[in-house]
Design a protein around this ligand. Structure first.
Ligand SMILES: [Zn+2]
Length: 483
């Protein structure tokens, strides 16, 4: 018996010794665990993907972003879950669809039930900082500041008559006050100032630039590069949000030269924001946050008569849903890739959490886009639009309710029960609707969207007696959402 016990004990001891040596070797090999990376999430409001060089646009609007895309991951078919800011950013922050996170209309806020990306990163020890130019929809009272140590999201106060004060809130009582969205340069200055108060990383920075959102008033240096007819521009009305809204309502019918001018202004705004991304990288490096991982996306696109209209937040066609998505990780130099499989803004939070070494958790519907062997093709990509009870009578009507894409099929459902079907491989611009009973279309496509979509009154969080004060209504008007 003694002998048996000894023969058992000896191998156990030697196995432990081998394990200890192996652990020591592993430690010597790898050194301490790598520090979590600094993460920067850049949202460019209203930027459609096909106006960037990286997505095939012939004009040189985006050299900075193109360079980042060439060295990183370029997602060629990225979709937003709605065609306006609030529901889309709600999904970006929670990795859930609008009907699930609840921020579907002006009166519905981002509820507190779901964790936000910023909260989850803060739990992992990240400093969380927001410099956000969308001071109308993405605000602290609306639930979007949750998880941020520093939340900066102010409009810039200007005299109501100021040059370039195109996003203007005019409060009728008291002193006339006007606000405009901050420029990308102003946002970068906020980042510079706030970074000075932080000591060491890791950092999660959310930057939200507004340049491509109507109204269009690009800096002259960028305007000169893109304006094809300066004489026409000199004689034309300023391209304010109110002017674009009049186009969207059909009150003005622009001739082809005017359409071309507005596209030139939009492209010049993209050029300005592209340059600001280069400046932001310098600001980060000077503050000691060198080589951060950048994720660049947009909340939705913009229509320039693609389906006979203007603006966004009105329907769910490709020009307002297809957004850029560029992931640049300086630690993976030489690992450039172009991803054609459909991806979604819901994929952003799980991807950034995985990069931070944080668990993704069961809340997230999206996927970690860097995971090996996780096929992205074949899944349903959903987008939603909801009628807005508060803005009924103010906002232009929204004709679509949801869209479901299961490559190559896309189905769009209207509120009155009508559906449109497209084959994206043959008709990427969605101009040739097919019969809904066309051969080969998956029979359950409509059910996939209908299972998610809920009427605003069925979503918790909205107030029973919505009320818009003058300041809020003027803010919405300034951004073109209300008449
Ligand atoms: Zn937006």
């Amino acid at each position: 018996m003694t002998r048996d016990a000894r023969t058992v004990r000896l191998p156990t001891v030697s196995r432990l010794a081998v394990l200890a040596v192996a652990s020591l070797v592993a430690l010597l090999d790898c050194g301490p665990e790598p520090a979590p990376p600094n993460l920067v999430l850049i949202v460019i409001d209203t930027l459609r993907a096909d106006h960037l060089g990286a997505y095939g646009y012939p004009r040189d609007t985006s050299p900075t972003m193109d360079g980042l895309a060439a060295a990183g991951s370029l997602f060629l078919n990225a979709t937003a879950p709605s065609s306006w800011t609030k529901p889309s950013i709600g999904s970006l922050f929670t990795s859930r669809y609008p009907s699930e996170h609840g921020a579907v209309s002006f009166e519905h806020d981002l509820g507190g039930e779901l964790s936000t990306l910023a909260e989850l990163l803060r739990q992992r020890g990240y400093h969380t900082l927001a410099a956000n130019g969308n001071f109308v929809h993405v605000t602290e009272p609306r639930g979007f500041a949750r998880g941020f140590d520093v939340w900066s999201a102010d409009g810039i106060e200007v005299p109501p008559s100021a040059e370039g004060a195109l996003l203007t809130v005019e409060i009728p009582e008291g002193e006339p006050v006007a606000l405009r969205a901050p420029t990308a340069r102003e946002i970068n200055r906020v980042v510079e100032e706030k970074l000075g108060t932080l000591h060491g990383g890791p950092l999660f920075l959310y930057v939200h630039y507004m340049e491509p959102h109507p109204g269009f008033d690009p800096p002259p240096r960028h305007l000169e590069r893109f304006l094809r007819d300066p004489d026409r521009h000199a004689a034309a009305p300023p391209a304010t949000a109110a002017y674009i809204s009049m186009l969207a309502r059909g009150e003005i019918r622009p001739d082809p030269g005017e359409v071309e001018r507005l596209i030139d202004l939009y492209d010049a705004e993209i050029s300005a924001v592209d340059e600001a991304i280069g400046d932001l990288r310098r600001v980060l490096a000077e503050a000691g946050f060198a080589s951060p991982i950048l994720m660049i996306v947009a909340d939705h696109g913009e229509e320039f008569l693609d389906h006979g209209g203007w603006f966004h937040g009105i329907h769910l066609h490709g020009e307002v849903l297809r957004v850029p998505m560029i992931l640049h990780d300086p630690r993976r130099a030489g690992a450039a890739r172009r991803v054609a499989e459909p991806v979604d803004l819901l994929d952003v939070a799980p991807t950034l959490l995985a990069l931070a070494g944080a668990p993704i958790g069961t809340q997230m519907r999206g996927r970690n886009l860097l995971a090996e062997g996780a096929p992205l093709a074949g899944r349903d990509i959903v987008a939603e639009l909801h009628p807005d009870p508060v803005l009924a009578g103010h906002l232009r009507p929204r004709s679509h309710r949801f869209a479901v894409t299961r490559w190559p099929w896309k189905l769009i459902a209207h509120g009155d029960g009508r559906t449109e079907v497209y084959r994206k491989d043959r008709d990427p611009a969605e101009t040739d609707p097919l019969d809904a009973r066309v051969e080969g279309m998956p029979a359950d496509l409509a059910r996939a969207g209908a299972a998610l979509w809920r009427a605003p009154e069925a979503i918790a969080g909205g107030s029973a007696a919505p009320d818009l004060d003058d300041e809020v209504l003027h803010g919405l008007r300034a951004l073109g959402y209300a008449e």
